[in-house]
Write a protein that binds this ligand. Structure first.
Ligand SMILES: [Fe+2]
Length: 166
């Protein structure tokens, strides 16, 4: 993302590191919960196209998506993944898995600017916006986000819990 304004930065900082006393696993679950909630909002927007769009909801989603996505990615890549690399053993595929997850983060980050712009234009009732195109973009985003989160929950968190139980 090109720039985060002051409000965005505060929102980003809130998610970047777990507060004192909150485990990385619980923090990831909380962040995933927020991301899934955003996916639900984006699905509602996609379903409301072209005639029933709640413009306020589009602007809210456009403002939330950057800090939420960037906060989640920085936390995972700077805090969680290094911990996993150092502490999880017995999973030879781990390095390749983490590389793939990082690549998916990178792809998301490349895509969200375009999505934010489209949501802001939708929120402003821009008549040049093609409803089919934005519907396609929204669905592409939340489908891949849900798949990514499901994988992290089913595989990554399972490995971490296994290690903590050992
Ligand atoms: Fe992730």
């Amino acid at each position: 993302m090109k720039t985060l304004d002051t409000h965005d930065r505060e929102e980003f900082e809130k998610r970047y590191r777990p507060p004192q006393g909150v485990s990385a696993v619980d923090w990831l679950k909380k962040i995933h919960g927020e991301q899934l909630e955003l996916c639900r909002e984006l699905e509602e927007i996609a379903d409301s196209l072209p005639a029933e769009v709640n413009r306020q909801k589009c602007i809210y989603a456009a403002k939330a998506i950057g800090p939420l996505t960037m906060g989640a990615h920085r936390f995972e890549e700077d805090v969680l993944f290094p911990w996993v690399e150092q502490n999880v053993t017995g999973h030879p595929e781990l390095a390749a898995t983490l590389e793939r997850l990082k690549f998916e983060h990178f792809e998301d980050e490349c895509f969200i600017e375009e999505l934010i712009d489209a949501l802001l234009r939708l929120g402003a009732a821009d008549p040049t916006l093609n409803a089919e195109t934005i519907g396609y973009m929204l669905r592409g985003y939340f489908v891949s986000m849900r798949r990514h989160i499901a994988f992290e929950q089913d595989h990554l968190l399972a490995m971490v819990s296994e290690r903590k139980a050992a």
